[in-house]
Ligand binder design. Structure first.
Ligand code: PRP
Ligand code: MN
Ligand code: MG
Length: 182
């Protein structure tokens, strides 16, 4: 959905901004993964929209797979406890794995995933994050190789990002009005 949602205060990244960002990332990945055995792994559910766009911006043979993880509520999230709800269908041993994420906030989801996936002995393991909330004074647990854009420490929704499972279908990334979540 492209029209401004009444619950959205400001549009941070328009559909056009997003298309440009994704084209740039796709070109970088295409250049870096020449001759490699690329597997894109998206983290359900937030990353599905970015995954759909990014895979089509990469001009290389590639495979895709999905993982679903759950953190035990908001407290457990900051403790870094992550449970695999749906594992990969694919064996990634010896392959060049790129994890696709919509947003990197504390980085704890990705930190856990990196550790878990690296134990399966891929040839390489990197992260492509569409947004990075790298707020000053708050250290992210991991350092993504590909970053679409930096994002302020606000409640952002759209382009796969939800609040209480809503707004994922917005075609842009916007800041949610405070009265919606408070
Ligand atoms: C969100 C987002 C990232 C993660 C980032 O997922 O999509 O996966 O949180 O947070 P972190 O860097 O602090 O770990 P969420 O758990 O809300 O699930 P969802 O993708 O289904 O919305
Ligand atoms: Mn997610
Ligand atoms: Mg979410």
């Amino acid at each position: 959905l492209s029209t401004m949602h009444p619950d959205v205060e400001t549009i941070l990244f328009s559909e056009e901004d997003i298309a440009q960002i994704v084209q740039r990332l796709g070109a970088e990945i295409t250049r870096d993964y020449q001759g490699k055995d690329l597997v894109l792994i998206a983290v359900l559910r937030g990353a599905v929209v970015f995954m759909g766009d990014l895979m089509r911006a990469i001009d290389l043979p590639l495979a895709i797979d999905f993982m679903a993880v759950s953190s035990y509520g908001s407290n457990a999230k900051s403790s870094g406890i992550v449970r695999i709800v749906k594992d990969l269908d694919m064996d990634i041993k010896g392959r060049d794995v790129l994890i696709v994420e919509d947003i990197l906030d504390s980085g704890l989801t990705l930190k856990y995933l990196m550790k878990n996936l690296s134990s399966r002995k891929p040839a390489s393991l990197e992260v492509a994050a569409f947004l990075w909330k790298d707020v000053e004074g708050k250290q992210a647990a991991i350092d993504p190789k590909y970053v679409g854009a930096h994002c302020p420490d606000e409640f952002v929704v759209g382009y796969g990002l939800d609040f209480a499972e809503r707004y994922r279908n917005l075609s842009y990334v916007g800041i949610l009005k405070p009265e919606v979540y408070s």
